[in-house]
Design a protein around this ligand. Structure first.
Ligand SMILES: *[C@@H]1O[C@H](CO)[C@@H](O)[C@H](O)[C@H]1NC(C)=O
Ligand SMILES: *[C@@H]1O[C@H](CO)[C@@H](O)[C@H](O)[C@H]1NC(C)=O
Length: 452
């Protein structure tokens, strides 16, 4: 009987404790007095400079206890009393309000009940900072380097949270081929001319505006000369114009030579330039003016030289007739640059035995002819044509042309190939379909030989 009584009392006590736990409400001192407890949870508060934040400290069963706010060991408030002199801090109930947040407000804030023996409620304030960057070399700088060099740009960013830093090129892609590259370091190896331009670093962290800085890259490079025409045809008493297109940074000195002798400007020989184009104009061309000319350019990094032949001979013929023909004849057409009339044309052509494409080609047929010519004074080009007859149908042919004027024979033209159509399918005109068919047949014919 006494034993069961004891258990009953124990159960009642246990029940009380369980109710206390389930309510997670007031805690009990041994004697049963209700103790104060925090109803607010510790938290981290993020704020941007200038913000107002309220740090909550709701307490249940406060009774006669006093609530105290502290930062470190510094007392901010006690009860309803404000202790700190900072005008930005005030109490809203027992919550602490901080206005016009500054960077120095970052840190922990403690709400205490009485002497702290009932625990502390600690809130953390973190200040969100918009990104800021520091660029090396300096923002807005122009970095000068040489072609082939390695350069590095650095973009150090700060802010909270840590900003994402990206490099991009103002115009076009980065040398890596990417639109943007993430990371504070941008390294460019083996810098090329086209890598010149403005490079931009952007830092963003979602707070405020992203910030951008810029560095310009200036790439010095040795001269590069291009010649649109490496030979120029002219005639005695006429004018000749030799052009060299020069790219160089720093700009270089351009000099002209004839057969490796340096040239001086004279009344008949005029050296001029317009932008990147450097021109040697020879007026009233004499026989002695024909020869091998060159332009040279030097700058502090290097030099270049390109040759231009001034000749009275015709230029190499440019064959313009299609890549297929009738079964048994072909109208070969070509243009040639010559201010003087063409007096003779040499045509070499042969059938290529399709079954032994790479081994045995037929014999060259060698023709010397004097065809008509249509002269275009503007381009000094002469259009000519000739009909080659007695072709074998369904065959691949190739030909070469040389033309001659009173100064002599031109260089040989490029090899031109065409396909003579099947007897059953005469050539009907220059339609793309037949053209393609001819090329397809040519390719098909070549495949077995390639496989061998
Ligand atoms: C001109 O001279 C240079 C140097 O001797 C040579 O390489 C080039 O082939 C010459 N050009 C012509 C068209 O003779
Ligand atoms: C093509 O080559 C084959 C084998 O060498 C030969 O029998 C045939 O006569 C040649 N055809 C022509 C048109 O040359």
């Amino acid at each position: 009987m006494r034993v069961s009584n004891f258990f009953l009392i124990l159960l009642v006590n246990l029940g009380e404790i369980c109710v206390a736990i389930l309510n997670s409400g007031p805690s009990y001192r041994n004697g049963g007095d209700i103790l104060p407890r925090f109803a607010s949870q510790p938290n981290t508060f993020s704020a941007v400079i200038g913000d107002t934040i309220v740090l909550p400290c709701e307490v249940q069963n406060l009774g006669s206890f006093v609530i105290v706010w502290k930062r470190g060991i510094t007392l901010l408030t006690a009860g309803q009393q404000k202790i700190t002199a900072d005008p930005r801090i005030s109490l809203v109930g027992y919550n602490l309000e901080v206005r016009d947040i500054r960077y120095s407000d970052q840190g922990d804030y403690t709400c205490q009940i009485g002497d702290g023996s009932h625990g502390d409620l600690i809130h953390t304030v973190e200040i969100l900072m918009p990104p800021s960057i520091q660029i090396f070399p300096n923002n807005g700088d122009v970095l000068t380097t040489r072609k082939g060099a390695t350069v590095s740009f650095e973009c150090r960013a700060s802010g909270n949270p840590t900003p994402v830093v990206q490099w991009s090129k103002k115009e076009g892609l980065l040398p890596s081929g990417l639109q943007v590259q993430t990371g504070y370091l941008l390294s460019l190896t083996n810098v090329q001319r086209e890598d010149a331009g403005a490079y931009q670093c952007t830092a963003s962290n979602g707070i405020g505006q992203a910030v951008t800085g810029e560095i310009k890259l200036h790439v010095l490079f040795p001269p590069e000369i291009t010649v649109a025409k490496s030979w120029v045809n002219s005639g005695e008493g006429l004018e000749a114009r030799l052009d060299c297109v020069v790219q160089a940074d720093p700009p270089g000195e351009v000099s002209w030579y004839q057969n490796s002798f340096p040239l001086q400007q004279t009344d008949r020989r005029i050296m001029s330039s317009k932008g990147k184009i450097y021109t040697l104009t020879i007026k009233n061309v004499q026989f002695s003016d024909f020869g091998n000319y060159s332009c040279t350019v030097h700058n502090s990094i290097g030099k270049d030289r390109k040759y231009i032949e001034l000749t009275g001979k015709p230029g190499p013929a440019r064959i313009i007739s299609p890549a297929y023909s009738n079964p048994d004849y072909y109208d070969l057409r070509w243009v040639v640059q010559s201010v003087l009339p063409i007096i003779e044309v040499k045509i070499l052509y042969r059938r290529i035995n399709a079954t032994t494409f790479y081994d045995h080609k037929g014999q060259w047929h060698d023709l010397v002819i004097k065809p008509e010519q249509k002269y275009d004074a503007k381009t000094s080009e002469r259009l000519q044509s000739f009909r080659i007859t007695n072709l074998v149908p369904d065959s691949l042919y190739e030909c070469l042309i040389l033309t001659k004027n009173q100064h002599g024979y031109s260089d040989v033209s490029d090899v031109h190939q065409w396909f003579s159509s099947d007897k059953g399918r005469p050539f009907v005109g220059s339609t793309g379909q037949i053209h393609c068919l001819g090329i397809a047949v040519m390719i098909l014919l070549q495949i077995p030989n390639v496989l061998l």
